[in-house]
Write a protein that binds this ligand. Structure first.
Ligand SMILES: [Zn+2]
Length: 497
């Protein structure tokens, strides 16, 4: 605490102290409430909010006294809740359908400062907390950890323009309840468990037989509404014949019921605005524009207010690398999906949006700046790039481990890298290691093995990489911030945000 004394003396006068050799000061965090002054600092690798003065806020924070009128407040969950009570901008908020939003998943709890710096210069708003249950499980983090990290980052950066928190790819109602109770401002409902597999490979007779198992009243309702009917969506014709109707009913009937149920049970009763996103992207079936229309039309009929919807686009949106597929076909379908979203008044949502540089200009052209785009793993890959550039020994050990454990990681992710295209480690000089992050296969190798790397333990119970990795990233905090500003900045620029 000794090293904090000169800092708190200056702070108590309402001035922002400069960093010293022992204490890093985050100047942008400086703020004051009534009789208290607040400032985020870092000592060794621990961050604190220094609070000087007196009053209710001073008393509410739990921390160690530096002197009678100053305390060092650690970044705990309880202190985050205090922060939320006094500073509205640290509470996640919904953004609705008119503003572009960018999901900036932060698996490490360290990327948000760089994300905030990037997004400040744009017209988009950040969804800083965005982790799926899968990601949280694989990294041993809780939803509370994720929300705490985002709120403290916003405070550290003095970012008062508002941010969102997404309960990403949630499937189970128990997780929906939990995420809402913890304060998320966006819910991404993943309906893949309600979408049957392999419908499009079935014969006409098989489809008809399955279709006939749906209660007659339901079938009748669908048929009266859609069979041999034509719809027009902003000039785009959509026609249903018997086959397309039956296929889409089988594909989405149960999922639509679940979307409606979740909306009525949780969104309507939440008591606050929640950005409700529907995700039908994590399925085998590409969402045709007709299928998109069908789902949206049914949701509208049920009075479900959707803020964004994520179709599964044609081609492949693999994690952490550029688009794979026919770009002309993508442009045609994307333009139709965008018209449908515009017609129903919600934002098109682009999942696995990291690094899709080849199609960003197309997405920008047709969504006209009103969209949601999710990125996550690429932020972790930028951390790997920083490690490769600053700690070659650690990078090399992680690289070997990732190769050894790649098959295990494929249980959770669909990627198809050509591992033979990754240069052998012993042929690459230390100063060139960061180049691996420009190789698609190496990117995907690290993209999917993050959970295994971060949770690996040695025989004596100590972490194989995690402690060393976080320490290294902490020491190179500014490099990591700069890497994110550059990389995510390139995304936002091409998306014209
Ligand atoms: Zn998705």
């Amino acid at each position: 605490m000794e090293q904090l004394k000169p800092i708190v003396e200056t702070l108590a006068k309402g001035e922002v102290p400069a960093s010293t050799s022992d204490v890093k000061v985050y100047e942008k965090s400086y703020t004051n409430v009534d009789q208290a002054h607040l400032l985020m600092v870092k000592v060794d690798s621990d961050k604190f909010i220094l609070v000087t003065g007196s009053g209710q806020l001073f008393d509410d924070f739990q921390g160690e006294n530096v002197n009678d009128s100053a305390k060092a407040v650690p970044l705990t969950h309880e202190n985050r809740l205090v922060l939320n009570r006094y500073f509205d901008y640290t509470v996640p908020r919904a953004f609705g359908t008119k503003i572009a939003t960018v999901g900036l998943g932060d698996r490490l709890g360290l990327a948000s400062p760089g994300h905030i710096e990037t997004i400040r210069k744009t017209k988009a708003k950040p969804v800083l907390a965005q982790q799926s249950i899968r990601e949280l499980t694989l990294t041993n983090r809780s939803m509370e950890d994720m929300l705490d990290a985002a709120a403290f980052a916003v405070f550290q950066e003095g970012y008062t323009d508002g941010y969102g928190a997404d309960g990403d790819h949630i499937k189970e109602e128990s997780d929906i309840k939990k995420a809402l109770s913890l304060g998320i401002s966006m819910l991404t409902l993943d309906c893949s468990d309600q979408i049957p597999k392999g419908i499009d490979q079935k014969s006409e007779a098989e489809i008809e037989a399955e279709y006939n198992q749906i209660p007659e009243a339901e079938r009748k309702r669908y048929e009266e509404k859609y069979l041999n009917k034509s719809f027009e969506v902003k000039g785009l014709p959509i026609d249903f014949d018997k086959r397309t109707l039956m296929t889409n009913v089988l594909q989405y009937h149960e999922a639509i019921q679940y979307m409606v149920h979740v909306y009525q049970t949780y969104m309507v009763t939440a008591g606050r605005d929640i950005d409700y996103e529907i995700s039908i992207d994590e399925t085998e079936t590409i969402t045709s524009p007709l299928a998109h229309f069908f789902v949206a039309n049914e949701l509208q009929a049920a009075d479900v207010k959707v803020i964004s919807l994520a179709p599964r686009f044609c081609g492949e949106f693999q994690k952490g690398i550029d688009y794979i597929g026919d770009i002309e076909q993508f442009e045609k379908e994307l333009s139709e999906h965008a018209l449908i979203a515009e017609h129903f008044g919600y934002k098109l949502s682009i999942h696995s949006g990291s690094d899709k540089f080849a199609v960003f200009p197309i997405i920008a052209k047709y969504t006209k700046g009103v969209l949601h785009v999710k990125t996550a793993g690429t932020n972790w890959l930028e951390a790997i790039r920083v490690i490769a550039g600053t700690n070659p020994d650690l990078y090399r050990r992680m690289h070997v481990f990732a190769l050894e454990n790649f098959d295990e990681a494929l249980k959770y992710y669909h990627v198809t890298p050509d591992l033979d295209s990754i240069k052998p480690l012993d042929s690459v000089a230390d100063e060139d290691l960061a180049e691996y992050m420009n190789n698609d296969a190496a990117r995907q190798l690290f993209h999917v093995t993050y959970g295994l790397i971060l949770t690996a333990k040695d025989e004596d119970g100590s972490t194989t990489f995690s402690d060393e990795f976080f320490k290294a990233l902490d020491e190179h905090e500014e490099e990591y911030r700069a890497a994110l500003v550059k990389h995510i900045g390139k995304h936002l620029e091409l998306l014209e945000l």
